[in-house]
Design a binder for this molecule. Structure first.
Ligand SMILES: NC(=O)c1ccc[n+]([C@@H]2O[C@H](COP(=O)([O-])OP(=O)(O)OC[C@H]3O[C@@H](n4cnc5c(N)ncnc54)[C@H](OP(=O)(O)O)[C@@H]3O)[C@@H](O)[C@H]2O)c1
Length: 263
């Protein structure tokens, strides 16, 4: 695959690292206006750094756009005349809907929207993908790329806002839960470093149990809640204080907000 990342900033560089370490390309172009901070990538074989988006587009088949929403329209206009039917366009740009991309470059191009999260930096992103009608023929390419950088699923475009809340904002929600259980562990006598280690690894283990077994969380909860035991005592106290309800309300509040800030 001949891949270009247009906008090699935070997300673009994370994607680039994932592609380099999984050896997932024939050539990789990294493009941004000021290239000093990404110049080191030239040391990798078959990686080219450029400030010329057109050069990146001409020499690549898969174009991954990782620029800010305010920059995207101008970049699409800039590259529009270089696009051919070999190109697959993958946008990571938050809130920039497919019809808006089609209005600039045309409906006939393969257009895919992706919503990764910051765990892409460690190859663990939950990425949601959708495409325009033409792009349905190429969405497996995007799936293959993002599966090297974590896990991906294909969803309809009208669920992208909801997916952003669950997966992108979701990283912050889970961080706060890890911080809270870390604080609890400190109160029980662990130093801060050990407390965080216990909390993070327990969180990772709980998620891994579900991923590997395919079970419902409640089945795993049943295994650790002895009747009249300490786990059910703690769990019920958390629920009396609104644990599940506050998480669901928080998710609903984020969703309400995202619908007011993006078109
Ligand atoms: N970070 C995440 O985890 C995440 C997750 C999901 C979605 N997103 C979305 O991904 C996009 C990128 O996010 P980010 O955090 O990586 O932003 P960022 O760090 O600001 O990166 C954007 C990059 O675009 C470059 N750029 C600006 N104008 C350009 C142009 N005309 N041609 C080529 N490159 C240009 C900038 O570098 P120069 O100024 O040097 O050109 C900058 O490095 C955003 O739309 C964001 O909403 C991010």
């Amino acid at each position: 695959m001949k891949i270009a990342i247009i906008g090699a900033g935070n997300l673009g560089v994370s994607v680039a690292k994932g592609l380099i370490f999984s050896n997932a390309f024939t050539t990789l172009y990294l493009s941004k206006r000021n290239v000093q901070d990404i110049q080191d990538f030239e040391e990798y074989a078959k990686v080219h750094v450029t400030s010329d988006n057109l050069e990146a587009v001409r020499n690549s088949d898969i174009l991954i756009f990782a620029v800010q929403p305010t920059q995207f329209e101008r970049i699409l206009e800039e590259i529009r005349d270089e696009l051919t039917d070999k190109h697959v366009l993958i946008s990571t740009v938050t809130g920039f809907k497919i019809p808006r991309i089609e209005a600039i470059i045309g409906k006939h191009h393969y257009i895919i929207r992706s919503m990764p999260n910051t765990a892409i930096a460690v190859g663990k992103s939950m990425t949601c993908l959708c495409s325009n009608e033409a792009g349905e023929k190429r969405i497996r390419i995007a799936e293959a790329i993002f599966n090297r950088l974590g896990t991906s699923i294909i969803i309809p475009e009208n669920k992208m806002q909801a997916a952003t809340v669950i997966c992108a904002s979701g990283v912050a929600f889970w961080m706060r839960l890890i911080r809270a259980t870390t604080q609890g562990a400190v109160q029980l006598g662990f130093d801060a470093k050990d407390a965080q280690e216990l909390s993070m690894q327990t969180c990772l283990g709980a998620a891994s149990l579900l991923i590997e077994s395919g079970k419902h969380p409640e089945e795993e909860i049943d295994k650790v809640t002895t009747p009249r035991g300490c786990t059910i005592e703690g769990l019920n106290e958390m629920e009396h204080n609104g644990l599940s309800s506050s998480l669901i309300k928080g998710i609903q509040a984020s969703f309400k907000k995202i619908n007011t800030i993006s078109d």
